[in-house]
Every structure is written in C-alpha cells, then in structure tokens.
Design a protein around this ligand. Sequence first.
Ligand SMILES: [Fe+2]
Length: 436
Amino acid sequence: MAVALRPTPHRKLGLRHDLIDQSPWLTDEFISIPPARRIAVSTPLSSTSVVTESLSFDFSLATRIVSGPGTINRLGELVSAYGGSRVLIVTDKGLSAAGHDRRAVESIEAAGHVAFIHDDVSPNPTTDDVERAVTAARNHEIDFLVGLGGGSSMDCAKGANFVLSNGGRMEDYWGVGKATKPMLPMIAIPTTAGTGSEAQSFALIANAQTHMKMACGDKKAAARVAILDPELTMTMPRSVAAVTAVDALSHALETFVTTKRNAASSLFSQQAWKLLTNGFPRIFQDEADLEARHQMLLGAHWAGAAIEQSMLGATHALANPLSAHFNTVHGVAIGIMLPHVIRFNGPVAGKLYGQLAEWAGLCDADHPTAVDQLATYVSELVAMAGLPGTLEAEGVERSLFPTLAKEAAQQWTGSFNPREVQPELMQELYESAWTE
Ligand SMILES: [Fe+2]
C-alpha cells in the first residue's frame, strides 16, 4: 500500500471546542508555523506489524515515589528509612549555583547522617565518570547513594552502584541482569523533567574509548525512592527545559505505540501524555508556573516508567546517529524526527495516535486526519520550545544520510517500533526531515 500524505496549508492549532475544557492552555495565540514536510513511503507494510496491546505482563513498581513541592527536605528522613548513614551525592557542578546540593546535604545532616558531594559528572557520562564516582565512594566509605540532577547524574550514580556493589568494570554490566549481589540503596532526585531515569533500572553509560553507549540494566539498580520536587526544576535554563520537555513528550508518545507495549505501560504512557501536553505550553508561557513544572516532572516520570515496560521506537533510533555524528543534542534530534515518525507509523498505529490526538484536544480519535494533526501539533510544540524543526537548520550533512540510515536501522530501540525500520525507510525519514 502506498502512503502519501499531502501537505496542508499553514494554519493555527485547530481545536474542538467541546474539548477545550480538557486543554485550557491551548489558545489561538499560539504560534502558527508551516506543517512539517510530509513523508511519502512507498514500501509495502508488513501484515504482521499492526500494533496490539498485550494483556500479559510482569510488572511491579520498584521505586517509591515522593512527589510534591519541597519534598527534597524529606531526603534525610528517607535516607534513615532505607538504612543509610554515609551518603554520596552524585551531581554536576551546574547544580551548586542553584543551591540544590546544599539543600540535600542540609536535610541529610539534619537527620544525623554524613553527606559527601561528588560533582564531577559529564553531560553524557562515560565509564571514566563512573570510575571517578566509584573512587569517591570508596574513599568516603559510603553506604548510600543519591543521584541528584538530570539523567547524567542519576545514570552515573546507578552505574557506580553496579561497580561498588558487584566489583569489576562498568562494561561487565552491559545488558540486563548481570549484577549477582545486592546493590546499595539509592535515592534519585531529578532536577529536569526529561529522561525519567529515576523510574528506570537502566544506566546509560558510554564506553570512554569507543563512545558506544551501553545500556546496563538490573532490577536491583532501580532507585528505592524517587523524589519529585518541582521546585528543583524551576532553575533549569530555558534551553534545558526545551530539550528535556520534547524528550519526555517523545517518551510518552513512543512508548504508547511500541510492539512491546502492554496494559501496564499503556497506563503510564497515557497519564504521561496528558500531564505533559498540559504542562508543556504553560512552562514556556510562564516560567514561574510551579503547577505546570510539577505536571512536567510527574509526566516525565510516568513516561520513564512506561519505557521500563515497553521500550522506545524509531524516533530514538533515528536520533542516536545524529547525536553520535553531529553532537546533536538528544532532545533537538528527537524534536526534528518525531513528527515524521508519527506519519511513518500512522498506517499501523493510527488508532493509538488518534487517541493521543483526542487527549490533546485536537480532534476525535477516529478523525481521518488525526495522525496528521498529531504530527503537526508536535511540530508546533517543538517550535514553541524554540527548537529547530529541520535537519538542515541543525547543520546535519545530507551526504551522510545513507550512513546515518544504516546505523539507525541497527539501533536496538528501533526493533520495538511498530513499523519495521529498514535502512531505506530510515533514509526516507531523514530526507523528509531535511527541510520544510
Ligand atoms: Fe529520549
């Protein structure tokens, strides 16, 4: 079956008035941008690729969630509850200026414990970052870990926990379930609303030599507690808020349509989507809107919990080579590719996308243009966040598309996409995202 979606004229966000109550933040004042270029994909669809939701699953929440403004002040009490006395706070230097690490230390000390700060974590943590955190932990003879910051700090803390508790090197834990001994208790405290790492048992750590990203997962690595304090996200620079918000939105969207989705992951994806689509425009209209920040933080967390069950899809498979070759920021690459992947997946995941479109207040779930409306809506949110909408604008070299496409098709995450991710289709998607 050939799929060719025709471009539509420029327009503002179209809303059904009977759905406006569900989305009070959506008004016609929002930007008008040209719709993203439509993709024409000529390869026949596999008859086995239609998405279904499995009612069979094995699920339990590994992480207690303590959510609310000011909850970082409960850190000391929670360290006590899980038997800690000497705590290493793994964080990055950028957070010191905001005073978040000081609040964490004060809470831990008020509970009668000792806290040490390790703030030497790179934005994309490598095995070297993990080694430095392990050395700090050993020097201070700690018995408890806190990951405070974005995904990098939390992943580095998780990564260090593998090596501290089970010995060896980070590389030994690449894959799933490689830790044989119990791991140290850990509390994760996100200061951005993006990765949802605090909801996951995976640490994403790059090999310092090969730069290959290793997903190291084990149920024992999950944080005992996630503290979701929206006050901590108020200090995010707007640029960080933009890329993390788009990333979180993509997690809700991609987890909802993967081949691994199940009745449990679907609950998380739905709730994440509703919170994120509500909070997204609000944080860019009013940076001091604490409720909207809370929606984003909790939405990103639920989306992270959905990933744990259902994995991600083609958008992440396409984004990873862009980051590897051009240092494209993850959220930027995601924002460019996501609308095109929605249209690409539309023929097999259209019903699910229709539900998301309805929950976002765009149209009825079974509206014939629901998929297109959803893709356009995502483009509009990306533009609202101030992020580029094309690969050309991001400075990607078009001549590298065949290489990027080959690499995208080999990404593990792509294997869960509802449509098969063959290299030629990935190249068509890059081409469609090249320019308006
Ligand atoms: Fe992501």
